[in-house]
Design a protein around this ligand. Structure first.
Ligand SMILES: [Zn+2]
Length: 323
């Protein structure tokens, strides 16, 4: 019976005017099997075994979806736009159609069209960072850590590649796209992410790899405000050297996704340049919270500050510590 269904359905489907390169497979399954689960499983198998790179979201129209049709197109499908950095418009796809005309069986017709256009899905490095020169990745990571803007990173990385003697702008090993830079940034963020919950992740970082830089850390709780006072070893040296006269404090807003204010303490070096000597992140702008942070900071000064004037109404210039 199963063979009979397979042959009949195959013949019917073959007639439906598909390209001859389309592979048709008819699956005859038990009536009560979960069709969606079966289809997802087939998709995974195809994606891993055939060097394919099909999307995992059903892109059939809603009307077709209602009729039991599933369409998974190549990740390089879609319209080309001026901003596209790579080949698009690939026509490869895999689709599944549930047929309801066989009463005792669940029949699923699978169509697989694997002729990709404009790209080679079997190249294992496609779309991955391994494609980019590791030296260049390192260079871009350095720029990202220095909080250089993505546009500038793009320019600088191209300049860097030209300095190394590379001229072929299509060579993705040396000429990266904005998307590559974004991917490198995401990878860096993931490495630093200790836990999916930001508060836990912060605690782990401050109690782990960064603990030498933490002057004071009070996690947020219903009873306590968030206070983070950070000072790297070179900041500490600069504070010791230049922190005798006057220390400036500057509040910046909008530097993190939580809207927590960032206070930067600056000293003036021998050239008259301001250099940061402490960062303070607070959960709110209450005077008591800031006061607590500054009290904890006091012991790191070369001479204890005599008074702290907090001038709250000045927008950027919140306080000056006089010694
Ligand atoms: Zn493709």
């Amino acid at each position: 019976m199963e063979e009979f269904i397979k042959t009949t359905v195959y013949k019917e489907e073959r007639f439906k005017g598909n390209k001859k390169e389309t592979d048709i497979t008819v699956h005859v399954l038990e009536k009560d099997l979960d069709a969606c689960a079966f289809i997802q499983q087939r998709l995974t198998t195809i994606n891993t075994s055939k060097d394919a790179n099909f999307r995992t979201v059903n892109s059939a129209s809603l009307q077709n979806q209602k009729n039991g049709y599933f369409l998974f197109s190549c990740k390089r499908s879609g319209a080309c736009t001026q901003r596209s950095q790579r080949a698009k418009g690939c026509k490869a796809y895999v689709s599944f159609k549930k047929r309801t005309d066989w009463l005792n069986k669940l029949v699923i017709v699978e169509r697989l069209y694997t002729i990709h256009s404009g790209h080679d899905p079997s190249s294992s490095s496609e779309g991955h960072l391994e494609n980019i020169s590791q030296e260049l990745v390192k260079h871009i990571q350095d720029l990202i850590s220095l909080v250089v803007k993505p546009d500038t990173i793009l320019l600088k990385s191209h300049e860097w590649s030209k300095e190394q003697g590379h001229t072929d702008l299509n060579n993705r090993a040396y000429f990266v796209t904005p998307k590559d830079i974004e991917n490198i940034r995401t990878c860096m963020m993931r490495k630093n992410q200790q836990h999916k919950d930001d508060a836990t992740s912060t605690s782990r970082l401050l109690e782990g790899p960064f603990k030498d830089y933490v002057i004071f850390y009070q996690p947020y709780s219903p009873q306590t405000d968030l206070v983070i006072v950070l000072q790297t070893l070179s900041m500490r040296d600069n504070l010791q050297e230049y922190g005798r006269d006057i220390v400036f404090m500057d509040a910046t807003h909008g530097v993190n996704q939580y809207g927590f204010p960032l206070f930067t303490l600056l000293v003036r070096d021998s050239h008259g340049h301001g250099i940061p000597v402490t960062y303070i992140i607070l959960g709110n702008e209450k005077q008591e919270t800031l006061h607590l942070a500054l009290e904890e900071l006091k012991p790191t000064f070369p001479v204890p500050p005599r008074n702290m004037n907090l001038r709250r109404n000045l927008r950027c210039f919140t306080a000056s510590l006089r010694t």
